[in-house]
Design a protein around this ligand. Structure first.
Ligand code: MLT
Length: 311
């Protein structure tokens, strides 16, 4: 009988779907790395989110592994080359949480530019003072979207309804797609950076995108630019962002992802105009049910040797 190990929280519906297949399912949330490396040889498949590192060290212990299920959008915690080399199938759920990620981006954008979390903390500490929390409107401002894929395009079209002009940089997207979303195409990242009042990133984390917004870009940006990163830690360089804020260039930042996660020591946590959530972009009832059930079906199909859409 195939054995499946789940190491990170997925929706109960997903666990039920895995069990309904008749395969053996173990759930070991937050498993210690050493224990994982010891037991993984007993499993045919593993289901992870973004914390479990599926790397060379892992593969060397995972001698019976056939399938890695990534319950979510990216695969940046998975060594894809290592999997291919060993004939291990990697499946993920690229569509299942896009709406939630887009909505969280917009939540961070609005909450950061209106100082909502700061004001909330202030009043809950039994203070009442309306000065010190003045924000800015979105109407008439320019939003720069970096990455006009599934999530970026949802953010772009939703923000147009706030009266924002949306510009985007994405060298991998056709002109037709820009036109379809009514988004002005910027050929160069620097052109977007110079023009945007708000910048939001929606790219995967790759060598090309890591640190693509950093000190150099902030030097070129408008004074008072506001940024959001609900994609992957480090696409907006953390050092660069600290620098931009201390220099008074970046007025606010909404951050959902950090380079090292879990993380309670980032210098960004000390900055008043940075609001941070602990990687919650996909954390809604709907997205987690979608992700959990989708990944369960994909892992089961892959183990049965059937066609899998997101392999
Ligand atoms: C994703 O890649 O879709 C998310 O980051 C997954 C998660 O929330 O762990």
């Amino acid at each position: 009988m195939n054995k499946i190990l789940v190491t990170e929280k997925i929706a109960e519906k997903g666990i039920e779907a895995l069990k309904a297949s008749g395969m053996h399912v173990d759930v070991e949330l937050g498993i210690e790395r050493d224990k994982l490396l010891t037991i993984i040889k007993n499993y045919d498949a593993i289901v992870v989110r973004s914390v479990t590192k599926i790397n060379e060290e892992f593969y060397q212990h995972a001698t019976n592994l056939k399938v890695v299920g990534r319950a979510g959008n990216g695969v940046d915690n998975i060594d894809m080359e290592g999997a291919t080399k060993r004939g291990i199938i990697v499946v993920n759920t690229p569509e299942a949480n896009t709406v939630s990620a887009a909505e969280h981006t917009i939540g961070l954008l609005i909450a950061s530019c209106r100082n909502i979390p700061q004001a909330n903390t202030f009043i809950k500490n039994r203070n009442w003072d309306r000065s010190g929390f003045k924000g800015v409107e979105l109407l008439g401002k320019t939003l720069g979207v970096i990455g006009l894929g599934r999530i970026g395009s949802l953010v772009a079209t939703r923000m147009q309804s706030f009266g924002m002009k949306v510009i985007a940089y994405d060298p991998y997207i056709t002109d037709e797609r820009f036109e379809k979303f009514g988004v002005e195409k910027k050929e160069k990242l620097e052109d977007l950076v110079k023009e945007a009042d708000f910048i939001t990133v929606h790219t995967p984390k790759t060598e090309e995108t890591l640190g693509m917004i950093g000190e150099k870009e902030f030097k070129a940006a408008k004074k008072g630019v506001r940024v959001v990163n609900c994609a992957r830690g480090g696409i907006i360089s953390e050092d660069g962002l600290v620098w931009g804020i201390k220099e008074g260039i970046v007025a606010s930042a909404g951050i959902d992802v950090l380079v090292d996660e879990p993380n309670t020591t980032s210098p960004l946590l000390d900055l008043d105009n940075v609001i941070i959530t602990p990687h919650l972009g996909a954390d809604t009832v709907e997205a987690q049910n979608n992700v959990g059930v989708t990944i369960a079906h994909e892992v089961i199909s892959a183990l049965k040797g059937e066609m899998v859409p997101n392999a």
